[in-house]
Write a protein that binds this ligand. Structure first.
Ligand code: PEP
Ligand code: MN
Length: 348
């Protein structure tokens, strides 16, 4: 159980909650106090008699009580297995390219839906970099609805990403679709993407957890926040502390866009988890004209970065061209984002 204290709770309020927790639970329970996003959280763990959450709910200075042990004990703290003491905002460091995700800088990752052609990829990487993006996105292995659609270039696509990375110095984020591919993808990628459709592919999550390259964990299109953090927990509990959440739109009754961008999940994550969160406005909206407004909303809402599809000529992209920005549109967006970043205390 977690007792979340109000931001203005006094030391006496916290002391009372801890005292009652000890009294109600008895010795076998573990009572810990830690800070998360400006609030104190009293965690009560371990075996022993069940404690009535109502006992705490009405106490002075208590904001809310979460009853069950969350399925995302580590994702809820941003800490690695074995270090449960401090609840902090996690920062995913990419030392090879000098990027930190979850810190002050808003990190933009941009590139084609799929790696298609090396010249286009190089052109895209250079333009993305010049506009201020820190990582190049692009799938070599593509999860497609139809088995007859373009499936990505596979190994050849990975090699192209590696060469473009070497030539331009831009970081690479690319998807691994199955456990057997993780080791090879990790050789090329600075960040391994786990796609929406694979959010609950538990063997894949565990495999990514067993190595150290950061994971970009996209939200399942029908997943709750609880399930998403549970998926992150699979990676974290294997010992990889580097998980970045990516909101990419969910399925709703609404038909005016490909998915519904759940921008409200950004502050909701902030209340529950220290993990960095980025937003993908491309798959969320499914329409290039709607990408810039949603990208700006993501920055204003407190996201740590973006994943955006861009292409030198979106109309000839082999997948998702309709939601892909041209290089010029992307440069314009980056300039607009810069102004918002300075208004909300971020750098770009
Ligand atoms: C992608 O980003 O390449 C992708 C396939 O997105 P999603 O998994 O969110 O559908
Ligand atoms: Mn795509």
């Amino acid at each position: 159980m977690r007792v979340i204290m109000a931001s203005n709770a006094s030391a006496r309020d916290v002391g009372e909650v801890v005292r009652i927790a000890h009294e109600e639970t008895g010795e076998p329970h573990r009572v810990e106090v830690a800070a998360l996003n400006g609030r104190l959280v009293v965690s009560i763990r371990g075996p022993g008699p069940a404690v009535d959450p109502g006992v705490f709910a009405s106490m002075s200075g208590v904001e809310s009580v979460e009853d069950a042990e969350p399925v995302y004990r580590l994702a809820g703290t941003g800490q690695v297995a074995g270090d449960e003491r401090s609840l902090v905002k996690a920062v995913v460091e990419l030392p090879d390219i000098g990027v930190a995700i979850g810190a002050e800088a808003f990190v933009v990752m941009a590139g084609p839906c799929a790696v298609e052609d090396e010249d286009d990829l190089l052109t895209t990487a250079k333009a993305a970099r010049a506009a201020g993006a820190r990582l190049l996105r692009g799938g070599a292995f593509k999860p497609r609805t139809s088995p007859y659609s373009f499936q990505g270039l596979g190994e050849e696509g990975l090699s192209m990403l590696a060469r473009v990375r070497a030539e331009t110095g831009i970081g690479v984020v690319t998807e691994a679709m199955e456990p057997a591919a993780v080791e090879r993808v990790a050789q090329v990628a600075d960040i391994i993407q786990i796609g929406s459709r694979n959010m609950q592919n538990f063997p894949l999550l565990r495999e990514v957890g067993r190595q150290r390259k950061p994971a970009l964990l996209k939200r399942g299109m029908s997943s709750t926040l609880e399930e998403w953090l549970g998926a992150a927990e699979y990676v974290l509990s294997e010992g990889n502390p580097n998980v970045i959440l990516c909101e990419r739109g969910i399925r709703t009754f609404s038909k005016h866009s490909r998915h519904t961008l759940d921008i409200g999940v950004v502050p909701a994550i902030r209340e529950r988890s220290g993990l960095p969160v980025v937003v993908d406005p491309s798959h969320a909206t499914g329409s290039s004209s709607r990408v810039p407004p949603m990208a700006k909303a993501a920055l204003a809402a407190g996201a740590d970065g973006l994943l955006v599809e861009i292409h030198p000529e979106p109309s000839r992209a082999l997948s998702d061209g309709f939601q892909t920005l041209s290089l010029e549109e992307f440069a314009t967006l980056m300039n607009d984002l810069r102004r918002i970043a300075s208004a909300v205390g971020r750098t770009l």
